[in-house]
Design a protein around this ligand. Structure first.
Ligand code: GAR
Length: 199
């Protein structure tokens, strides 16, 4: 049975678009994932224009949330959308704000995040740059459930990315994004089929 999902994104939207193209436009995969709506917390974020152009039928909402004082209003507006569209899963795709513990606790194992490192290494912002500057030889991508502790929930899927001597931060970013686009749709299907591990 199809499960309605909402995507939350703050920025460029390459992951949001990749998921929409896979699950909504080309309807590939198991048919479990139904992308019902997209929410951005940033007015004018590139993801908004990209989704509108790529898939004008998908409802897209902007709910301002840049400072902590806006979080309560953001979460309450988001909950209304979740109710209206009968959302079962919340997919964070480059969503760069931290949801409150109260909000997260209402949706156990229903919020999924992608992070551009092999967690628990390089939590937080600028994970790709931090891994590059640290000098690790391997980094990667982690898809995990969101819990009250940031970047620490149970891991659904990971993909390793090797850092070559010839890499720059930019080339590493491109490699990490490529890995993200490969594993995020797979990880979401795993999560929605109750964790059958094939990743
Ligand atoms: C992605 O690399 C994603 O893993 C990262 O933001 C980028 C968004 O790119 N997310 C985080 O760092 C969350 N802590 P996109 O807007 O092109 O999808």
């Amino acid at each position: 049975m199809q499960k309605n999902c909402i995507i939350l994104a703050s920025g460029n939207g390459s992951n949001a678009l990749n998921l929409i193209n896979k699950f909504y436009m080309s309807k590939t995969g198991s048919g479990l994932v139904n992308i019902s709506a997209v929410v951005s917390n940033i007015e004018g974020a590139p993801v908004i224009g990209k989704v509108k152009k790529n898939s004008p039928d998908i409802p897209i909402f902007t709910i301002p949330f840049t400072s902590l004082s806006e979080r309560k209003l953001f979460e309450s507006a988001l909950e209304n959308i979740i109710e209206k569209y009968k959302i079962k899963y919340i997919i964070l795709a480059g969503f760069m704000k931290i949801l409150s513990k109260e909000f997260v606790s209402k949706f156990p194992y229903k919020i999924i995040n992608i992070h551009p490192s092999l967690l628990p290494a390089f939590k937080g912002r600028d994970a790709i740059k931090n891994a590059f500057e640290y000098g690790v030889k391997y980094t990667g991508v982690t898809v995990h459930y969101v819990t009250q502790e940031v970047d620490a929930g149970p891991i659904i899927c990971q993909e390793i990315v090797k850092i070559e001597d010839s890499d720059t931060v930019e080339s590493l970013e491109a490699k990490v994004h490529k890995a993200e686009h490969k594993i995020y749709p797979v990880a979401i299907e795993i999560a929605l089929t109750d964790g059958n591990p094939q990743c």
